[in-house]
Design a protein around this ligand. Structure first.
Ligand code: ADP
Ligand code: MG
Length: 625
């Protein structure tokens, strides 16, 4: 060994991670073997890919493999790979800081997940530092394929590490773990053998343990479906997805035209983003002729399918394509389209085959499909079939498809109706569904704030327009016609002149808050309701947009003025028409209160102080009478 020994401090966040790894995760010690093997495999993949573009490579004669040597006497475990290696500055950076972006939130999430369920840790990939779970000292001897001089990195995982130049190394990396007293097991062959069989069976390079190859290198995705057992699929999923449980769905398909594709995709059993993991990285790897070209590829599937795990392999891709070039490669775009459509078709088939299971999928991953509708015009039609909502005719908690809705539509009904509210009960108590209930017309209940954006982006389904019931231009043609018929029978309804005068007066009183006061054709019992003059914007959408504007500190755009519809048959409105002639001021307070109540029922904001004060005024009058 030659060269000076230089000592470095670990970065603060690395120290924290080391502390968690060493002190909190020791029950999951086995995973350090998996992490080191996976780093070795990554380094080999990188070398294999890089060497394709190079005519001559350093140490090109060495077989691409991983070797593990155990020494029970010295208590060491040594993992060697002939991969890409690291030069001095890479060594300093890669094994001194945390590779993941946003390290601090990452750490917080890691701790949280560790407390919930240690098996979730696999999702994080604790990485290289997990070597200190079992090692009291770790040595990394490495030489880069750039042929620069080799180096040795040494640390005991407490505060610092050293790097010393080391001559005579071959290309690749050797990691020597000197085991802790209570971790001697890891120097035993049976132990390592079983860990590799459990976690690393699908590594695409030979793993040799004390001279014997213990994994069968196979690209499961290139096999014929009939030759693969369920168990093999599940094991493979656990390997690519770093998962502890079996997947919810899997799709294995091959195509020759228009593109040669072998794809194996899995839907996990859980949604990891809801465990506080933040946005998960994409989980599908892109291969060309079994050679990895893009791990956790951002290009091969749209972002809203980031929850999928698996592999896509296409021999039509140029092997030497760079990662940057993948981004705007036309072939990749074509692949993405074919695979996305195929996967959405698969979901639709599954939904038909086993609706109950599909509802489980929907409640776990439905949000991603909604994201797809709002962000990706290309697949709207396909995703439309997969959406599920509760409705006035569905059971509580059992959402239906838009196709179900269309099947049940009244013969002369032309549109699909929906209304947003915080809960089933709140929607059913509100004024918007009254006429629908009375006329036995089904209406969808959209109970997530994002739903209105989803349906307004979708625009239509099966040729039927999607219409929010709080829109002013709601053309319930048939409903309105029938309502007129009904009206003829009503006796204590206000006459035309009184109504015209009343609406005119209310409009003056409410001039600050409404654009117009009109007589409603659809209210049944409630005195009034708010409707949106702009058919594209529902009250829910407006509420969300103004909240997000506030959050981002963007000065509030005046919320658009709403229309107020009043119900001429409602006793309160009938009385109000009299009252405003005798006590104009008090009647004005009542009108404002009716308006505020309708706003609240629409989920919109009113001035609480002003409302409470007015409310007391009205109550005072009631108790005095
Ligand atoms: P990750 O694998 O998620 O990037 P790790 O903590 O496991 O995080 O590894 C950190 C980095 O160290 C890797 O990204 C890689 O650049 C480098 N590295 C680790 N092990 C090896 C190895 N055997 N050969 C080459 N580089 C390695
Ligand atoms: Mg790693």
């Amino acid at each position: 060994m030659t060269g000076e020994k230089a000592t470095y401090e670990f970065k603060a966040e690395t120290k924290k991670l080391l502390d968690i790894v060493i002190n909190s995760l020791y029950t999951e010690r086995d995973i350090f073997v998996r992490e080191l093997i996976s780093n070795a495999a990554d380094a080999l993949e990188k070398f294999r890919h890089a060497s394709i573009t190079q005519t001559e490579v350093f140490d090109g004669h060495m077989p691409l493999e991983i070797t593990i040597e155990l020494d029970e006497e010295k208590n060491t475990l040594t993992i060697t790979d002939t991969g890409i290696g690291m030069n001095k500055s890479e060594l300093e950076h890669n094994l001194g800081t945390i590779a993941h972006s946003g390290s601090n939130t990452y750490l917080a999430e890691l701790v949280e997940a560790a407390q919930k369920d240690v098996s979730l840790i696999g999702q994080f990939g604790v990485g290289f530092y997990s070597a200190f779970m079992a090692g009291q000292e770790v040595r990394v001897q490495t030489r880069s394929w750039d042929k620069s001089e080799g180096n040795e990195w040494v640390s005991d995982g407490t505060g610092s590490f050293s790097i010393t130049e080391m001559n005579g190394l071959h290309r690749g990396t050797k990691i020597i773990v000197e085991l802790k007293e209570d971790a001697k097991d890891y120097a035993q062959k049976w132990k390592i053998d079983s860990i590799i069989k459990q976690y690393s069976a699908f590594v695409s390079f030979p793993i040799k343990l004390d001279g014997e190859t213990i994994n069968t290198v196979q690209a499961l995705w290139t096999k014929n479906k009939n030759d693969v057992k369920d168990e093999e699929y599940n094991d493979f999923y656990k390997f690519v997805g770093n998962a502890a449980t079996d997947p919810m769905y899997r799709l294995h398909f091959s195509a020759d035209a228009p593109l040669a594709i072998n794809a194996l995709l899995f839907v996990p059993a859980e949604n990891f983003e809801v465990f506080g993991f933040g946005k998960v990285d994409p989980g599908v790897n892109l291969y060309c002729q079994r050679i990895l070209i893009d791990q956790h590829s951002k290009n091969i599937l749209p972002e809203w399918l980031r929850f999928l795990k698996g592999v896509v392999d296409s021999e039509d891709l140029p092997l030497n394509i760079s990662r940057q070039a993948l981004q705007d490669n036309a072939l990749v775009a074509k692949l993405r389209k074919v695979i996305t459509k195929r996967f959405l078709k698969h979901l639709d088939e599954q939904a038909k085959k086993d609706p109950e299971q599909y509802l489980k999928f929907w409640s776990t991953f439905g949000l991603y499909l909604k994201e797809g509708v709002t962000s990706d015009y290309e697949y709207q039609k396909e995703i439309g079939k997969l959406l599920r909502f509760e409705s006035s005719k569905s059971e509580a908690g059992t959402p239906i498809s838009l196709a179900d809705y269309v099947l049940r539509m009244n013969p002369d009904q032309e549109e699909i109706y929906y209304i947003n509210g915080p809960s089933r009960a709140a929607i059913e108590a509100g004024p918007y569904v009254e006429m629908f209930t009375k006329k036995d017309t089904e209406i969808l209940y959209t109970m997530e704030p994002i739903d209105d954006f989803v349906l307004s982006h979708l625009g239509e389904f099966d040729g039927k327009k999607l219409v929010s019931a709080d829109g002013a231009d709601l053309s319930l043609t048939q409903i309105a016609e029938e309502a007129k018929e009904d009206d003829k029978e009503e006796s204590d309804k206000l006459d035309e002149d009184t109504l015209t005068e009343l609406t005119k007066w209310m409009q003056e009183v409410l001039a600050k808050s409404v654009s117009e006061v009109v007589v409603s054709k659809r209210l049944v019992d409630a005195p009034a309701m708010i409707v949106n003059p702009d058919g594209h914007m529902t009250s829910t959408m407006e509420r969300i947009l103004s909240a997000s504007r506030k959050e981002q500190g963007i000065p509030g755009m005046e919320s658009s003025k709403k229309k107020l519809e009043i119900n001429p048959k409602n006793p309160l409105i009938v009385k109000l028409a009299e009252l405003h002639k005798t006590d104009d001021i008090f009647a004005g307070e009542v009108a404002k209160q009716i308006h505020d109540n309708a706003m609240i029922q629409a989920g919109l904001v009113v001035d609480p102080l002003e409302m409470v004060e007015r409310n007391y005024k009205i109550l005072n009058r009631v108790v005095q009478n």
